[in-house]
Design a protein around this ligand. Structure first.
Ligand SMILES: [Fe+2]
Length: 366
């Protein structure tokens, strides 16, 4: 059983619990019984009654998870980043104005998608559906950065600059020999020195051609700097680091930690989030981390998780300020635990994300 928001219910889904509500248009109470298959009329009634959602049976119903960004925008984004990167490494060409215009359109598409559903959490599983790392990492970082920027109240112009910086931040990596980028073991100091220059290479190339303004430039150059000056390549600190770079670095670190890389297995979302929270104030800007925590859903609704008491459960509802403590429904009985609000559940934590894609679910394009 999972909790599905009313606007995401589909006809044919099977109710896993009774629903009682008052229908204003009928002027009477309505009961929909456990086991009943929802019709379009039922869903319209539930929408009219402004119910948050309903518990549906995962065994008999398809569950839809809202996707943050539709497939067409993703494909277009990856293709645009790819073409720009190809031109970047082609010394006879270099990045063209048309490449940046295409990336700018992608950035605006991402902003429009994310702004239109402000209350939707970014489903991390959903933006990590691909294997090809650098380009998809760039897209993930741009999506997360824009989401953080929206949460921080940035203007559209700022969001567009931030989105561009996110899409372009790692382009410098395509000029680094692939053996270094994908090296399974530890890098030698010389190899690490080469890697450390990737923010500068890309940013300088773009600035020399008048393709980016100073804000985008500073965002790209600074995305590996840390507040305490322990980052690279310039080792700048605090306010010397551009606000865009402070946003990009949180998105970049989170995405890198949770991605499958040749030199390590991905960290589970809770560990990555704890790492980011642990770096607040020393590595990462506190306001940025708080905004990030309000926008990510490391355990998307519908995921199957293992709990510290040995039970397994489905995630039913996420709370923006408590991304690691959603409401869950235990599998095999009727118990639900509200890990954020139920005082009896304070000692229960999620220990493992068991299945995030094995549920029978589809993505809704927005
Ligand atoms: Fe980077």
């Amino acid at each position: 059983m999972v909790f599905v928001r009313t606007e995401e219910l589909l006809s044919g889904m099977c109710l896993a619990r009774d629903i009682h509500f008052y229908d204003m248009s009928l002027g009477s109470a309505v009961i929909m019984k456990k086991g009943q298959k929802l019709t379009d009329v039922n869903i319209t009634q539930l929408l009219g009654a402004k119910l948050d959602g309903a518990y549906v049976d995962t065994a008999t119903s398809e569950v839809r998870i809202v996707s943050s960004i539709n497939q067409e925008i993703r494909r277009e984004a990856i293709s645009n980043i790819h073409s720009l990167a190809d031109n970047f490494i082609d010394s006879s060409k270099g990045v063209q104005k048309s490449d940046i215009e295409a990336i700018g359109t992608t950035a605006q598409d991402l902003i429009d998608s994310l702004s239109s559903k402000k209350d939707i959490l970014i489903n991390i599983a959903d933006i990590k559906m691909y294997d090809d790392y650098t380009y998809h990492h760039s897209l993930s970082v741009a999506i997360m950065s824009i989401a953080i920027g929206i949460e921080l109240g940035l203007t559209n112009q700022m969001l567009k600059e931030l989105g561009l910086a996110g899409l372009l931040h790692d382009i410098g990596k395509v000029a680094i020999p692939i053996e270094i980028i994908n090296k399974p073991g530890k890098l030698t100091p010389e190899e690490f020195d080469i890697v450390k220059m990737h923010p500068v290479h890309a940013a300088n190339h773009l600035r020399e051609r008048n393709l980016v303004n100073e804000n985008i430039y500073a965002g790209i150059v600074g995305h590996h700097e840390k507040l305490d000056g322990s980052g690279y390549p310039l080792k700048i600190s605090g306010k010397e680091i551009h606000p865009y770079a402070r946003i990009l670095m949180v998105a970049d670190v989170y995405d890198a930690l949770t991605s499958n890389r040749p030199y390590r297995t991905p960290s589970p979302p809770n560990e990555a989030i704890e790492y980011v929270m642990g770096g607040m104030g020393t590595h990462f800007d506190e306001r940025v981390v708080h905004a990030f925590l309000r926008k990510v859903a490391p355990y998307p609704v519908g995921s199957k998780v293992k709990l510290s008491n040995g039970e397994t459960a489905y995630v039913m509802k996420n709370y923006p300020d408590q991304p690691l403590r959603p409401m869950v429904a235990v599998i095999g009985n009727d118990k639900t635990y509200d890990l954020s609000w139920d005082l009896n559940c304070l000692n229960i934590v999620i220990t493992e994300l068991l299945e995030e894609k094995k549920l029978n679910r589809t993505l809704i394009n927005m």
